[in-house]
Design a protein around this ligand. Structure first.
Ligand code: OGA
Ligand code: NI
Length: 336
C-alpha cells in the first residue's frame, strides 16, 4: 500500500466559488465570420488579461491524434533507462531529447536539493545540419533525437504539426484582442521555436513540501503554452488574488496559458501566471505541453497598442530570452 499523502497547507488548492479559468469554444474562430471571430478573440483577450489561463475546446485537433500521442509518450517513458539514455538531452547541441527525473528544476529557489519530480522529452523543429539557421550556429536549432520505437517519430511529428497550426490561430486571436492586425505576429513565425515536451510524473506520496513538487511553481518562458493533460489532475494555477486553484482535466480540451515572452511583448497587458503540478493521484501522470515561441531573431519590443504610460521591459529577442530561461532551469545547459 502507498504511503498516505500529506500536503503542506500551502499546497492545498483553495476552494474558490465560481469558474475562474474560462472555457473557450474555438470553433467560431476557425469557421465563423468576422463578428464570430471577434467575439472569440474578445473572450480570449479577457482571459489573458485576467488569470492568463483558459481552456480551449473544439480546437480542431483530432482526439485520436491526442490519444495516440499520449500512448506513444507512455511507451517511451516505460523503456528501460539505458534505452532512454540513448537520446539523453545532454548529448544534444540544441536541447533535444530525454531528461531524467529531476533534470529540470522549475523552482530552483524552493527546490534546492532536487529538481522537479518528472521526466520528459524535448522535441523541436527538426532541422538538419544544412539548414541556414543550423549552419549559422543558432542556439537551440538542429535535429531532434528519436528513440528506436517504430511509429514514434511519425506520431510526434503529426502532433507537433497540428499544434503548430493551432498555435498560429491562437496568435491571430491574440492579435485581434490586442488591437493590432490579425497577422501581426505572423512575420515572426518563419521557423518558430515551438517545442513539444511530453512529461511523465511518477506518483508522489508521503509528506509533500515546496522542496520538491512534480513541477515547481513557475511561469512559462515563451509566448503561449497549449497543454493536454491526462485524467490524473494535479495542475494548479495562482489566480490574481493569490489563491492556488485547480485546473482540472476537461476531456477534449487544451489548457492554454500566456508565457513571459508574451507578457513582455504586451507590456504586461497579458499575464504570465504561476502554476505548478503535484501528482497526488497515486498513479502515473502524463501530460503533453506544447510551447509556442516565435523565430529566434524576433525582436520582443512593447506593442504600440500596449504602451500606456511607457514600456516596462527592456527590448529583447525571443532567442535571447529563451536561452536565459533554459539556463536558469536546466543545470546541464549552463555550461553551453
Ligand atoms: C510545464 C507545465 C504542466 C503539466 O511543463 O511548463 O507547466 O501539467 N506543465 O505538465
Ligand atoms: Ni508550465
Amino acid at each position: 500500500m502507498m504511503d498516505a499523502v500529506q500536503l503542506d497547507p500551502g499546497l492545498v488548492p483553495a476552494r474558490v466559488a465560481g469558474a475562474k479559468i474560462p472555457v473557450v469554444d474555438f470553433a467560431p474562430f476557425l469557421h465563423g465570420d468576422a463578428a464570430a471571430r471577434a467575439a472569440v478573440a474578445a473572450r480570449i483577450g479577457a482571459a489573458c488579461r485576467d488569470i492568463g489561463f483558459f481552456y480551449v475546446v473544439n480546437h480542431g485537433v483530432s482526439e485520436a491524434l491526442v490519444a495516440n500521442t499520449f500512448a506513444e509518450a507512455r511507451r517511451f517513458f516505460a523503456l528501460p533507462e539505458e534505452e532512454k539514455r540513448k537520446i539523453d538531452i545532454e548529448r544534444s547541441a540544441c536541447h533535444r531529447g530525454w531528461f531524467r527525473v529531476g533534470g529540470e528544476n522549475l523552482d530552483p529557489a524552493k527546490q534546492i536539493s532536487s529538481g522537479d519530480l518528472k521526466e520528459g522529452v524535448k522535441i523541436g523543429r527538426d532541422l538538419d545540419q544544412t539548414h541556414p539557421l543550423v549552419v549559422a550556429g543558432t542556439p537551440l536549432h538542429g535535429p531532434n533525437q528519436w528513440p528506436d520505437l517504430a511509429g514514434w517519430r511519425e506520431t510526434m511529428e503529426a502532433y507537433y504539426g497540428a499544434m503548430e497550426a493551432l498555435g498560429r490561430e491562437l496568435l491571430h486571436a491574440f492579435a485581434l484582442a490586442l488591437g493590432v492586425a490579425e497577422g501581426y505576429f505572423d512575420g515572426w513565425l518563419t521557423a518558430p521555436m515551438t517545442t513539444l515536451g511530453p512529461l511523465h510524473y511518477p506518483p508522489q506520496s508521503g509528506r509533500i513540501t515546496e522542496a520538491q513538487l512534480g513541477a515547481g511553481a513557475h511561469s512559462d518562458y515563451g509566448c503561449l503554452t497549449m497543454l493536454a493533460q491526462d485524467d490524473a489532475g494535479g495542475l494548479q494555477v495562482r489566480d490574481r488574488a493569490g489563491n492556488w486553484i485547480d485546473a482540472p482535466p476537461i476531456p477534449g480540451s487544451f489548457v492554454v496559458n500566456i508565457g513571459d515572452l508574451m507578457e513582455r511583448w504586451t507590456n504586461g497587458v497579458f499575464t504570465s501566471t504561476l502554476h505548478r503540478v503535484i501528482n497526488v493521484s497515486g498513479r502515473e501522470r502524463y501530460s503533453l505541453p506544447y510551447f509556442f515561441d516565435p523565430d529566434f531573431s524576433a525582436p520582443v519590443i512593447c506593442l504600440e497598442s500596449c504602451k500606456g504610460d511607457g514600456a516596462k521591459f527592456a527590448p529583447t529577442t525571443a532567442g535571447q530570452h529563451l536561452l536565459d530561461m533554459i539556463n536558469a532551469s536546466f543545470s546541464y545547459h549552463k555550461s553551453k
